[in-house]
Design a protein around this ligand. Structure first.
Ligand SMILES: Nc1ncnc2c1ncn2[C@@H]1O[C@H](COP(=O)(O)OP(=O)(O)OP(=O)(O)O)[C@@H](O)[C@H]1O
Ligand SMILES: O=P(O)(O)OC[C@H]1O[C@H](OP(=O)(O)OP(=O)(O)O)[C@H](O)[C@@H]1O
Ligand SMILES: [Mg+2]
Length: 294
């Protein structure tokens, strides 16, 4: 058995670029070439297997890969349709490729809630998740499986409604459809089987997961610097999202003012800056944080 940690990733598509970027930010050096199905990481004992996203859960379950990055929607679907059970579980949530698996029907049609699906046809790429949902809700409907372009199903007359992924909602709108129920919320996830890894691989995976954690946290974390009236420091600190003890520095020649610096672990919105300014804060700077380790 190889000693290199094998990571299954989507070769091309909605998950691919964000997955590559995440690994690059974790310090992995590799190049993805056109037709290649395997990329070797140059500076660590890691191989990247570049595959269709639907194959990632079974690659992990069947020991073709040690870990994988896939949409939660695909993991749950593969778990539900796999007859002998699938040995692949979520190890870590990755926060990108967020979308919902929703039920939707034509704006001008008769269906606008789940109960009305009884006796109808629903087009979907996710028969497992849909079937499970219908069973739980006691609804009898026929699922019509499609590999893509599911939004076209009602207009071409092969189903009365659809069950598909929605993110911005633009595709639904362009096809005259409205969502009326969400059956699954999804994001990219790191998956692993229950198999024990060798000590070396486990140590490498622990290091990688700690770096991924740092990348995710630093993307949400900002460093804020501002000057403020001394008597407003407490009120200003209250406003800083996810920060409890800022650094306060005296300002030369300005008795009533201090400089305040803090790490904010949540997003800082324009509204927060406007509120800080209203309290007397000036020269406000919000800086990105490139790396974090606690
Ligand atoms: N509109 C969207 N916004 C955000 N994430 C999405 C969106 N559509 C899909 N995703 C997520 O990205 C995953 C991959 O989507 P993509 O469309 O690339 O899949 P695919 O066409 O099945 O790819 P493959 O060729 O690898 O089988 C989905 O399973 C889902 O988790
Ligand atoms: O709500 P929206 O932001 O419009 O996104 C939703 C669309 O995105 C996905 O398809 P994609 O564009 O990846 O094409 P595909 O069906 O060929 O995979 C999904 O299957 C929807 O059709
Ligand atoms: Mg796919």
């Amino acid at each position: 058995m190889t000693d290199r940690l094998r990571i299954a990733l989507q070769k091309k598509g909605r998950l691919a670029d964000d997955s590559f970027e995440l690994l690059k930010k974790c310090g992995l050096r590799f190049a993805i070439r056109g037709g290649g199905l395997l990329a070797r990481v140059k500076n660590m004992p890691i191989d990247l297997l570049l595959v269709r996203d639907d194959d990632i859960p079974s690659f992990v379950a069947n020991d073709a890969a040690d870990i994988g990055i896939v949409g939660e929607n695909v993991l749950v679907e593969e778990q539900l349709v796999s007859r002998e059970g699938l040995d692949a579980e979520i190890t870590m949530r990755l926060g990108f490729s967020r979308c919902k698996l929703s039920l939707a029907a034509p704006n001008d049609g008769d269906i606008n809630n789940t109960e009305q699906l009884n006796g109808t046809r629903i087009a979907t790429t996710y028969p497992g998740v849909l079937g499970n949902f219908l069973k739980e809700r006691g609804i009898s409907a026929k699922s019509v499986e499609m590999k893509g372009a599911v939004e076209l199903a009602p207009s071409i007359g092969i189903a009365e409604s659809i069950c598909d992924l929605v993110s911005s909602g633009a595709t639904l709108e362009a096809n005259g459809l409205s969502a009326f129920e969400t059956i699954l919320e999804s994001e990219a996830v790191l998956i692993q089987s229950g198999r024990k890894l060798s000590a070396d691989k486990q140590a490498l995976l622990n290091k990688l997961m700690s770096r991924i954690d740092g990348v995710i946290k630093s993307s949400e974390t900002k460093y804020i610097m501002l000057n403020a009236p001394k008597d407003k420091v407490a009120a200003i600190t209250e406003l800083l999202p996810g920060s409890d003890s800022p650094t306060i520095i005296p300002l030369a020649g300005k008795d009533k003012l201090v400089a305040l610096q803090a790490v904010c672990t949540e997003n800082i919105f324009w509204e927060t800056l406007e509120d800080l300014k209203a309290l007397g804060a000036r020269a406000i700077l919000v800086l990105p944080i490139e790396k974090m380790m606690s």
